[in-house]
Design a protein around this ligand. Structure first.
Ligand code: A2P
Length: 315
């Protein structure tokens, strides 16, 4: 397994298990199976609505002595309706309560979008707060506070552009991780390079193309990444599966990846990709597939009157 080493020596396994779309009732068993397979990095978020079940499973595994808390890397994320200064600490405490852990390894601002306190999912422009009302710098300063209090060991962001990260130049703690959608159809090399040059480690979400993404995030002409002909041929050449090639590409270019699965066979298949190395020719062929194609477009933030636009979001 490759690791990303932070400045203080902490190490995050490059391959983790994603839990977005892992349904309550399934996710606990998936976590248990994943630990058995060897996964030690779990990517969670309050908005996924499944942290309490993950916490129950982890607690049981700790009690049984299957794994120790210190051997795991646990990430969670601050939802958009908790961006105001006074809300951040309460939000991480709630997540820690659900996960039944005393600390997180990494806490991320989930989106650079602020919602009213009582709004979880948006239905109108009225649901939003502007970034003038709740600046990202206010949210970040509260993130620094919870980090300094030891509630999380590291802090970062998600779905941020390079310019939004760069705006934290005067922060006490510069964002340590940016988690974004990333796969061969959306390779975002510029963002990865910005991260390497500025000490921001990049984690790829939807590394397999999230074919189980919600209906509202689909359109008729979406290409299916796992069925890509180039990927399929490279997989055949290497005696691997398309998913393994996608993950080996992500790890080979120095990012981490958090494929989601709740299926034991596919979880094991994905985990084995951590030992698969692609040669320069295969990496080059895959790099050439980039078409700046997002599956998670962010258009759901563009409701009339919200003040948020996709153009501004990714700029
Ligand atoms: P499942 O959970 O039934 O295994 P992403 O990580 O890009 O969001 O993709 C997750 C989707 O990919 C889910 O539908 C998941 O289904 C599926 N998936 C995960 N691993 C594999 C694999 N090795 N082969 C094919 N599909 C996979």
């Amino acid at each position: 397994m490759r690791y990303h080493e932070f400045k203080n020596g902490d190490r995050m396994p490059a391959l983790g298990l994603g839990t977005w779309k892992a349904a309550p009732g399934e996710v606990g068993q998936a976590i248990e199976e994943a630990v058995r397979i060897g996964y030690r990095h779990f990517d969670c978020a309050s908005i996924y609505g499944n942290e309490a079940e993950i916490g129950d499973t982890l607690q049981r595994l700790f009690k049984e002595g299957t794994v120790e808390r210190d051997d795991l890397w646990i990430t969670s994320k601050l939802w958009c309706n908790r961006h105001e200064r006074g809300d951040v600490e309460l939000a991480i405490e709630e997540t820690l309560g659900h996960l039944q852990c005393e600390y997180l390894d990494l806490y991320l601002v989930h989106w650079p979008v602020a919602l009213k306190h009582e709004v979880k999912s948006v239905s109108s422009g009225e649901d939003f707060l502007s970034l003038d009302e709740v600046p990202l710098s206010e949210t970040w300063s509260a993130m620094e506070d919870v980090c300094e209090r030891g509630l999380t060991r590291h802090i970062g962001v998600s779905n941020y552009s390079a310019s939004k990260i760069a705006a934290h130049a005067d922060a006490r703690i510069f964002p340590e991780v940016n988690q974004v959608e990333m796969h061969p159809y959306l390779s975002q090399q510029g963002l990865v390079d910005y991260g390497s040059e500025n000490g921001v480690f990049t984690t790829a979400y939807s590394p397999l193309g999230s074919k189980d993404r919600p209906e509202g995030m689909r359109s008729g002409d979406d290409p299916v990444l796992l069925e890509d002909e180039t990927i399929r041929k490279i997989a055949e050449r290497l005696g691997a599966t398309p998913a393994q090639v996608l993950l080996a590409w992500a790890l080979g270019r120095g990012t981490s990846a958090i494929p989601k699965s709740v299926n034991p066979g596919r979880m094991a298949e994905n985990f084995a990709a951590a030992s698969l190395e692609l040669d320069a020719a295969a990496m080059g062929e895959i790099n050439a597939l980039d078409r700046a194609r997002r599956y998670v477009t962010g258009t759901f933030w563009e409701l009339p009157g919200s003040g948020y636009t996709v153009e501004e979001l990714w700029s």
